[in-house]
Design a protein around this ligand. Structure first.
Ligand SMILES: Nc1ncnc2c1ncn2[C@@H]1O[C@H](COP(=O)(O)OP(=O)(O)O)[C@@H](O)[C@H]1O
Ligand SMILES: [Mg+2]
Length: 539
């Protein structure tokens, strides 16, 4: 245990003789491993309740366990090679019941996979265990990362820097209507368990014929798909949470009007891949059109000579643009063919991850190979649970050195209840609250001032629209009609437009800029898009 001696000491209160930091629930077959961990935890100041140490021989088991859980602040559920034992199941149920009764953050249940142990499929676990992050020892109990996560879980803090250690003092930690990007990963909370499960899926069968190299992240508009992939999955891959994945090239693009061009350009933009491309973007596009193996061959050639475990990850965000923006059937098909060949051919090096709006799911079924890949490898992104939302609200505030006035979280959670599509509104409101913070504090008064969850966005849109001149208001209407594609039986679709489509005048430019400044639209040099529908009501 020398290797843990350098860890910083835990700042946890010293327990009285009758209280424990954690209860260790395990299958008796795993006792040696659990006892070993318990000794290490004790050495770091964590008081563990372990049956062999604390159960009085001959005592009635059930009441003794319940009493024990009462004097513990958390419960670790260990899953070893033998799975979860029947007694352990009872302990776990009691622990979960207690956790539900006590509410968020009070009593923690921490699932821990021991070396040789396997998580059950998510659908077979109690919902709560599927929705929490797991501690995993992959090959050995001596893995530092696993032990660090275990201690953090017992202490009830995030394994990264915790509250009180403001790392991003003064930086706005909320994204308003914009999706989170890889560089915002530190502020991205609430989806940790889901990231974990998806990594697990990609890890299973890695290097074998069963390797999964295709994943579609599906969900309603605004459910957080792009953020999940950009600020959750991509950073996890970059941190090396898959085998050697800190060295994997990641190529991110959106299909846009010409998916083959976007893909070729994005590949060219990656230094690692560019070196293997002969003839630049134009040539690659041409080859995509005639050869479905082209993408596979490009990455395979480039990664030749690299370690066996190296992969190239192609992330296609807003995949629905293949239907909303791309009007060329041949290119669309060729785009699909290349992505599917590369991500399914045995021995391939390409991992394809895409995000797709659920209302375009049916459209994909017209393409049999795509339909098959989607059916087998998808992750449906549901609305965040109240606990996940709580983390998404409070953790970023702590990290930026702010605090939330008491009661504010409860008000926000109450309004989010049964509002599955309200995540963008919440993030927008938080962004506004942060702008209006009093000292370090985000306040309830400011929340009422901005018009609460729904009003906040409308107020912003109204303010912007009213401040425009007549000519600008006119331009604003035209821009909007271009940027929103009315749905036929489905929701309206946000779309992107080339700047020149909107009329290349100074007025259009100034309106787009004002919309972007108010965070109601995203504008780059050539392209504009709307991020909220609040303005639509005024047009
Ligand atoms: N984990 C999260 N915590 C807080 N806000 C989030 C989270 N994920 C997404 N959001 C916010 O929700 C809105 C929609 O996110 P986005 O990723 O663009 O969704 P989608 O791609 O499904 O349309 C954005 O305002 C974004 O900032
Ligand atoms: Mg998106």
């Amino acid at each position: 245990m020398e290797r843990f001696a350098v860890q910083t000491p835990l700042e946890i209160p010293v327990m009285s003789a009758t209280r424990f930091h954690t209860f260790l629930s395990h299958n008796s077959a795993d006792k040696p491993a659990v006892e070993e961990l318990a000794r290490w935890l004790q050495r770091d100041g964590i008081q563990c309740w372990l049956d062999t140490w604390h159960l009085i021989p001959g005592a009635l088991w059930q009441p003794a366990i319940e009493e024990a859980l009462d004097v513990c602040d958390s419960c670790c559920v260990f899953v070893g090679p033998g799975g979860i034992g029947p007694w352990q199941n009872e302990e776990m149920r009691a622990a979960i019941a207690r956790r539900v009764q006590e509410g968020y953050g009070k009593f923690r249940v921490i699932p821990v996979v021991l070396p040789g142990g396997k998580r059950e499929p998510r659908s077979r676990l109690p919902t709560f265990l599927a929705a929490t992050t797991w501690v995993q020892f992959r090959d050995s109990l001596a893995e530092k990362e696993g032990f660090h996560r275990l201690k953090s879980g017992i202490r009830g803090i995030a394994p990264g820097p915790g509250p009180g250690q403001a790392l991003f003092e003064g930086e706005c930690p909320y994204r308003g209507l914009q999706a989170f990007q890889p560089e915002h990963a530190a502020f991205f909370f609430g989806r940790e368990a889901r990231v974990d499960w998806v990594l697990e899926k990609l890890r299973a069968g890695f290097g074998s014929l069963d390797e999964t190299r295709f994943l579609a992240v599906i969900g309603a508009s605004g459910s957080g798909k792009s953020s999940f992939v950009r600020a959750g999955l991509i950073p996890a891959i970059q941190q090396g949470r898959l085998q050697g994945s800190d060295q994997w090239p990641i190529i991110l693009c959106r299909p846009g009007y010409n998916p083959l061009e976007e893909l070729a350009t994005a590949l060219y933009g990656n230094q690692t891949i560019r070196d293997a491309m002969e003839g630049g973007v134009g040539k690659l596009m041409d080859r995509f059109l005639v050869e479905e193996r082209e993408l596979h061959l490009t990455t395979k050639t480039r990664l030749h000579g690299h370690p066996e475990s190296r992969r190239a990850v192609i992330v296609i965000d807003q995949f629905e643009e293949v239907f909303t923006l791309c009007q060329m059937e041949e290119r669309r098909r060729r785009f699909f063919d290349n992505l599917l060949y590369a991500s399914t051919i045995p021995g391939g090096k390409t991992v394809v991850i895409l995000t797709l709006r659920a209302d375009f799911y049916a459209k994909c079924s017209a393409y049999p190979d795509l339909a098959l890949a989607l059916s087998e490898n998808q992750e449906l992104v549901p609305p965040m649970t109240p606990e996940e939302l709580r983390r998404a609200i409070q953790e970023p505030a702590y990290l930026s050195g702010c605090e939330l006035e008491s009661g504010l979280i409860e008000v926000l959670l109450r309004e989010m209840k049964d509002q599955p599509g309200a995540l963008p509104l919440l993030e927008h409101a938080l962004h506004e609250l942060w702008q209006r913070r009093k000292g370090r504090r985000l306040t309830v008064a400011a929340y009422h001032e901005i018009g609460e969850l729904r009003g906040a966005l409308e107020q912003q849109a109204d303010k912007l629209f009213d401040a425009l001149s007549d000519a600008e208001q006119d331009a604003c209407r035209r821009i909007f009609l271009r940027l929103v594609q009315p749905g036929e039986g489905s929701e309206d679709t946000k779309r992107r437009a080339w700047r020149h489509e909107l009329g290349d005048t100074a007025i259009v430019d100034s309106v787009i800029q004002k919309m972007a400044d108010a965070r109601l639209s995203a504008a780059s040099q050539n392209v504009a898009s709307v991020t909220g529908n609040a303005l639509a009501g005024r047009l």
